[in-house]
Design a protein around this ligand. Sequence first.
Ligand code: IPM
Ligand code: MN
Length: 363
Amino acid sequence: MKKITLLKGDGIGPEIIDATVQVLKKLETVFGPSFEFQEALIGAIAIDKTGNPLPDETIEMCKNSDAVLMGAIGDPSYDNRPDIKVRPEQGLLKLRKTLGVFTNIRPMKIYDSLKELSILKADRLKNVDMVIYRELTGGIYFGDKVEGDIEASDLCKYEKYEIERICKQAFHAASKRRKKVTLVDKANVLASSRLWRKVFQNIAKDFPDIEVSYLFVDNAAMQLVLNPGQFDVMVTSNMFGDILSDLGSVIGGSIGILPSASKGNGPGLFEPVHGSYPQAKNKNIANPIGTVLSAKMMLDDLEMNDAAALLQSAVEYVLSNNLVTEDLSKTPESLSTTEVANELCKQIESLKKVHLNYKEVIH
Ligand code: IPM
Ligand code: MN
């Protein structure tokens, strides 16, 4: 049994988590009881209920689980109030830091069935299968801050060990993929980026079969749009990774399908790349696929590989049969969040027969 803490959060968070849990429960009918779910508060809803965007109880529950599955965080009532002291996002940042999930993995792959939705022309979409390794618990997000009315600053500080551990993860990932790692930084301007280069180059020596390349972040943004197929693994600091992953997400057609996994030495944190989409809250129109695919990454992490593979096939089936929400639909009709979950469950049910037959054959 794996203990999963669900953090539904704000906006569309509860709807996409509910849809994903429905799908995970369906997987249990194939693979046997596997999950024990528990819920905890984070974000704006946690501030409303407790005054704290990450209550201690949430921290304890997350630490004592095998994985944490999160919906989304953020509420427009906080966005344009620079003076406010307690913000929903602080809950997420503190959670990442407390769990020590320093590696944020954001895969970007273009599904054939979604190619026509991409803003890029078809010839630019060849070979797009990349992953961003974003450092998640250091850099400018967590450096000392001065917050005055006349002067303000955010320190971007990195220590060698922080760069080393994420770069190692990136090289290991590349050795199982297309064997290329690109370091994205701003080493022509920033001292912290020059330390990244030094440390990265040292680690590269241990991976002689990996091809390395370097890009300044401004150029990387341009290359992502001009020729995204050139990349395999991209490794970068916290803020550059944040920005580039939103850019990359547009290439594939919809930010609504992109998953992420954040890993350290304890339980992993799994969440879609998109935000809380407050305009869609309670409308049952949000795309659940980004969260479902984050759950797929969770299953991989928990070494439930058969379940992960079955879930991936079910997702590919709904995508290629236009059983999707309005952001992806190629026709005027589209499905609701819950209908997509139902379709995924139906597909799991039919794949179940194939899976069980297969098991019988090999045993
Ligand atoms: C993300 C988000 C967060 C980040 C926000 C909500 C703090 O944009 O996960 O990409 O900047 O890391
Ligand atoms: Mn972001």
